[in-house]
Design a binder for this molecule. Structure first.
Ligand code: F6P
Length: 261
């Protein structure tokens, strides 16, 4: 009953009012969100992190939406076990792109009620083509830069650069490929993507890469950053996240069986 629900809600606010103490302007720095962010007040804030927090808090909202994370379809490098590069999709990857399009159409209809984001690399852009919707290519969503190891297999790295291989095995989170990136670097460059994901009120489909999606997934599911390099993000699977006030519901939808249809 809507009236009973509204009464219950007002009653709840009365309870909050009993214990709520308004912070005073002379009590130091604060950020206050009023009426679920309709107004944001900032008092005595200084420094990089507090100002980042202001824009973060300004972009939070309570609208229901979904975030779908998926890796690109299988690429020719996936088949040969090579990392990085800018390879084309393999035939199975093209078929996944069509399964993904069928899934998205079935879940959202043909309306443009969903934003589609890719990296700037061919394999994610091509995966989005079958969706027949506009998509936004982000450089920040590109796969971890493997630097001098780009295009190699893990075995080739092991043989040609055993010290690098061992260093990565020791600390996969902090290890930075020579002239490339570490997981820590990837997390830093995802900062604007995360802010924009928080801001979006419509559902978003992110078609990206293993390392980048591990980082986004860890953020939304509140896992420690250092766990990122080991999180399972299988191919040909959509990870559906439904953010809510105190966390995120998750569902994994493998689309591989559709390939056979
Ligand atoms: O193998 C696919 C891939 O996306 C590579 O391009 C990338 O270097 C790798 O996964 C990242 O995973 P890991 O950090 O486990 O090597």
């Amino acid at each position: 009953d809507p009236e009973a629900a509204a009464d219950d809600f007002r009653h709840r606010i009365k309870h909050y009012e009993k214990t709520y103490e308004q912070v005073g302007d002379d009590e130091g720095g604060y950020i206050r969100r009023v009426d679920a962010g309709a107004r944001v007040e900032v008092n005595q804030l200084q420094g990089y992190l507090p100002s980042r927090l202001v824009s973060f808090l300004m972009n939070l909202h309570l609208s229901e939406r979904l975030i779908w994370l998926t890796r690109h379809g299988e690429s020719i490098y996936n088949i040969s076990g090579r990392i990085g590069g800018d390879p084309d999709l393999a035939p199975r990857g093209e078929r996944f792109a069509r399964s993904l399009a069928a899934f998205v159409h079935q879940r959202t209809g043909h309306a443009n009620g969903i934003a589609v984001w890719t990296s700037s690399l061919k394999r994610t852009v091509r995966t989005a083509v079958a969706l027949e919707r506009p998509s936004l290519p982000w450089r920040a969503l590109d796969e971890i830069d493997a630097g001098v190891c780009d295009g190699m297999t893990y075995d080739e790295i092991h043989t040609a650069m055993p010290d690098e291989y061992a260093a990565r095995a020791r600390d996969k989170f902090r290890y930075r490929y020579p002239r490339g990136e570490s997981y820590q670097d990837v997390i830093q460059r995802l900062d604007p993507v995360i802010l924009e994901l928080e801001r979006q009120q419509c559902s978003v489909l992110v078609i990206a890469h293993q390392a980048v999606l591990r980082a986004l997934y860890a953020y939304f599911t509140e896992l420690p950053a250092e766990d990122c390099p080991f999180l399972p993000v299988p191919m040909h699977t959509v990870i559906e996240l439904r953010p809510h006030a105190y966390g995120c519901d998750e569902r994994r939808i493998p689309l591989a069986p559709l390939l056979e249809q």
